[in-house]
Design a binder for this molecule. Structure first.
Ligand SMILES: Cc1cn([C@H]2C[C@H](O)[C@@H](COP(=O)(O)OP(=O)(O)O[C@H]3O[C@@H](C)C(=O)[C@@H](O)[C@H]3O)O2)c(=O)[nH]c1=O
Length: 182
């Protein structure tokens, strides 16, 4: 596994390190000791998958507030997405900054999203499946979101939004909320 720091504190992208042979390849997608060595959370309690039919579908931004903050390890196993994360930790040097990553079934990149980050993605193709590990149980009362179009974030989504849940269209804007967000 090849770990790359991102411009956001504590967030990483992870490249597979495949061992190839005549059958194809083998690669680790998560390794407790490699994660722990770099201070990444290495215990996960849930694995989720989502399937999105239409190109341009947007899910997020989502996160859970303290003490239910979750790390996520995200991979796109069919099609392609633009994955965007936002640092919501007030004490962080990258507070309220965001970064976008293209995760595809071809590049097989994984994104490590630390607790205290909001997470969203837009599908860049039809029939997209995204698979992710989560470090904390789902806690609906702790669930929060940001509006994908919040100008305070300034995220440039690559496509017009074709499908969005009612929940995701209604998250409050950052300026209308009291800190702390996380
Ligand atoms: C996240 C989650 C949802 N659900 C339920 C709630 C709801 O009825 C149904 C669909 O939930 P949502 O509409 O929130 O699904 P979705 O919009 O795909 O939510 C996901 O979005 C991405 C961006 C993330 O970062 C994930 O952590 C997760 O929040 O599934 C669970 O039962 N367990 C879970 O862990």
């Amino acid at each position: 596994m090849i770990f790359h720091r991102t411009k956001l504190d504590d967030a990483w992208t992870i490249e597979l390190e495949p061992y190839g042979d005549q059958r194809g390849f083998f690669a680790r997608t998560m390794c407790r000791s490699e994660f722990a060595k770099r201070g990444l959370i290495s215990e996960y309690v849930q694995q989720n998958t989502s399937f999105s039919v239409r190109r341009g579908t947007l899910r997020g931004f989502h996160y859970q507030v303290r003490p239910h903050g979750e790390a996520k390890l995200v991979r796109c196993i069919r099609g392609a997405i633009l994955d965007v994360i936002v640092d919501l930790r007030e004490a962080s040097p990258s507070y309220l900054q965001h970064q976008a990553f293209e995760l595809t079934d071809a590049n097989r990149y994984q994104l490590y999203v630390p607790p205290g980050f909001a997470h969203a993605f837009q599908t860049l193709s039809d029939d997209v499946e995204v698979c992710y590990l989560v470090s904390t149980p789902y806690h609906p009362q702790a669930e929060r979101g940001l509006r994908y179009s919040d100008v305070r974030l300034g995220v440039e989504w690559p496509l017009p939004v074709t499908v969005l849940s009612e929940k995701d269209s209604a998250w409050p804007l950052i300026d209308d909320r009291r800190a702390p967000l996380y």
